[in-house]
Design a protein around this ligand. Structure first.
Ligand SMILES: OC[C@@H]1[C@@H](O)[C@H](O)[C@@H](O)c2nc(-c3ccccc3)cn21
Length: 605
């Protein structure tokens, strides 16, 4: 007869208990391992039975095409299903603003722009579209949403946070329902949920907890605050994710009052699993456990100690990602010596198997090729265009109260478009796009801001473009207006940590040179607020924060030319000077250049 764990009609908890009871200690330990795709060999997946595979940011198969991804994942799945008990893997990837690793996928605005849009229903629809594009490549799990509450824009991951306001972040956790599907009203709190194996993917709320609150915004740094502040500001969004049945939570590299989250039993077990009642599984971040021995010993040393500390603290799955066999030997040994109780291993594997059973991967382990055309499809690009439009924040509109500068006229003789970010898809997508840190240039199909402007103006309007306008061009006269598009180059994580938030490439100089001759709109493409000096702000006619809009540049033109009005409001404080940082709404003597919630519409100035 069929063993209960293979019986799709059996209750999930019955299947979990049955399978757990059949597993050896080594097989249980292997289920707790997530390995990188480049080491996902037959030995790792069939002989040893690793539980999960991921691709790190930028790690991709072949030509990055969707079919190439699906073939890769299916190949790994076949190896896993050939293991003794045939437990399928879960494959995880960072689809954090669309399926951003895949060439040709729809790239949505990064979270900070979605925070400006303030539209929970939009987030749900973005989750739905992203889930379909991820499923089309045979992948069942995305390491999203990041529900960090960014309290200091010097943090390199500020753009991955919806807002500095925890209530705003909480309201946008609706993306979980978009990604995973809507749980039924009687769904048990904290229990993982997946609505459809064909169209939905498992989500991962990250990085638990306090990643956005580190001192001076230092990535993987130290969040110094009371437990109440930690709970009210940084932990609150996890409640909303759990209420929607989020299946997994990723631990933060950061520390709370000096204690590493990756080995913090109080927060991972007593709070998250105990007090909050989380029933899915907790995964580490990349080599997160290797850092536990720091600064006493070098990262990656004392691995056995690191494993013991993390697993005993409540870590269920380890994003190793390369030292799999060493991990396996240590973990088995640690249980045999009693340094890790078998009950802790059983709890971790029970959670992992629970998520695998509710995900439907036992019944549907392989990709669905019929979905391939949905990647980068028109409907998803229109949704992304709507998201771009709603994320635009109008910060200045005209030099005086009477005449608004926007909307831009479409049928003028000649306009100038200039700036490093006017014609660069890579720049407008930002980090976590095709490459881990992102890149410049035509990294994937999309519409640049320049192309969107050209598409929107009348046929008789001459659009003059220079990445860095020369004096000769600026003085050549007859420009009705200029659009200067400046901002940050793509970055991710610690690479993005900054103490200097001035506009790169001497953006302010270019703005000043153009604006002193031609009526000028400035568009800032950035993952966070940048320094706008008073004298620059006075010289220009209009200012738009575009954040990191992704591939659908037409969404920007929709606002600039008045097809739709601006609705975006600042999700983060726009500081006057970095000397003010951190500066957050609610502070005493709060005196920003533009406060959280600020944003003009076209008829205001
Ligand atoms: O991509 C998986 C996870 C991702 O989900 C986390 O949000 C992020 O903190 C992260 N950094 C790395 C990573 C960092 C440096 C080198 C190689 C990889 C890997 N990852």
């Amino acid at each position: 007869a069929m063993p209960p764990y293979k019986d799709a009609s059996a209750p999930v908890e019955v299947r979990v208990r049955d399978l757990l009871g059949r597993m050896t200690l080594r097989e249980k330990a292997a289920q707790m391992a997530q390995i990188e795709r480049t080491v996902a060999s037959a030995r790792a997946l069939t002989e040893l039975g690793a539980g999960s595979v991921l691709n790190g940011g930028g790690s991709a198969p072949g030509d990055r095409s969707p079919a190439c991804w699906a073939d890769m994942v299916d190949g790994m799945q076949r190896l896993a299903l050939s293991s003794r008990l045939g437990v399928p893997i879960l494959y995880g990837t960072d689809a954090v603003h669309g399926h951003n690793n895949v060439f040709g996928a729809t790239v949505f605005p990064h979270n900070v722009g979605l925070g400006a849009a303030r539209d929970p229903e939009l987030l749900r629809r973005i989750g739905e579209a992203t889930a379909l594009e991820v499923r089309a490549t045979g992948i069942q799990w995305t390491f999203a949403p990041c529900v960090a509450v960014c309290r200091d824009p010097r943090w390199g991951r500020c753009y991955e946070s919806y807002s500095e306001d925890p209530e705003m972040v909480r309201s946008l956790a609706t993306i979980v329902t978009g990604l995973q599907g809507e749980p039924p009203a009687d769904h048990p709190h904290g229990y993982p949920f997946l609505g459809s194996v064909r169209e939905k993917v498992l989500a991962c709320a990250k990085h638990f907890v306090g990643d956005g609150g580190t001192d001076r915004g230092i990535n993987e740094g130290n969040t110094i605050c009371s437990y109440d502040e930690l709970e009210d500001i940084h932990m609150a969004p996890y409640l909303d994710c759990m209420a929607q049945g989020v299946a997994t939570v990723m631990a933060s590299h950061s520390k709370w009052n000096g204690e590493r989250l990756h080995s913090c039993r109080c927060l991972l077990t007593d709070v998250l699993k105990g007090k909050l009642g989380f029933k899915g599984f907790v995964i580490s971040d990349w080599k997160g456990i290797d850092k536990i021995c720091e600064p006493r010993a070098p990262q990656g040393s004392e691995y056995r100690y690191c494993i013991a500390q993390s697993v005993n603290a409540g870590m269920d799955m380890i994003m190793i990602p390369y030292r799999f066999e060493e991990f396996l030997e240590h973990l088995v040994s640690l249980v045999e010596t009693g340094e890790i109780p078998l009950s802790r291993i059983d709890d971790a594997v029970e959670r992992i198997l629970r998520v695998k059973f509710i995900s439907g991967v036992f019944e549907h382990p392989f990709s669905d090729p019929s979905l391939l055309d949905i990647i980068g499809c028109k409907e998803h690009r229109l949704l992304a265009r709507e998201a771009v439009r709603k994320s635009m924040v109008l910060l200045k509109n005209g030099k005086n109260q009477k005449e608004p500068f926007l909307p831009l006229a479409k049928n003028v003789k000649r306009i100038l478009v200039t700036g490093t970010h006017a014609d660069d898809i890579g720049f407008q997508c930002g980090g976590w796009t095709v490459g881990w840190n992102g890149n410049s240039g035509k990294i994937t199909p999309g519409t640049s801001i320049l192309e969107a402007i050209k598409e929107s103006v009348g046929v008789q309007t001459e659009v003059v473009y220079e990445a860095c306008a020369t004096e000769a061009t600026i003085e050549s006269g007859e420009f009705s207006y200029a659009v200067v598009v400046v901002g940050e180059v793509p970055y991710s994580e610690t690479v993005g940590d900054r103490t200097d938030l001035s506009i790169p490439f001497n953006g302010s100089d270019l703005i000043t040179r153009v604006a002193c001759t031609i009526p000028t709109l400035v568009i800032v493409v950035s993952g966070r607020p940048l320094d706008i000096e008073t004298q620059v702000l006075e010289k220009i006619d209009a200012l738009v924060a575009a954040w990191l809009p992704g591939t659908e540049g037409m969404g920007i033109a929709d606002c600039l030319f008045g097809h739709q009005d601006f609705v975006g409001k600042l999700p983060v404080t726009w500081h006057r000077s970095v000397d003010q940082l951190p500066i957050n709404s609610g502070d005493a003597n709060y005196d920003p250049l533009f406060p959280v919630g600020y944003g003009l519409n076209m008829f205001q100035s």
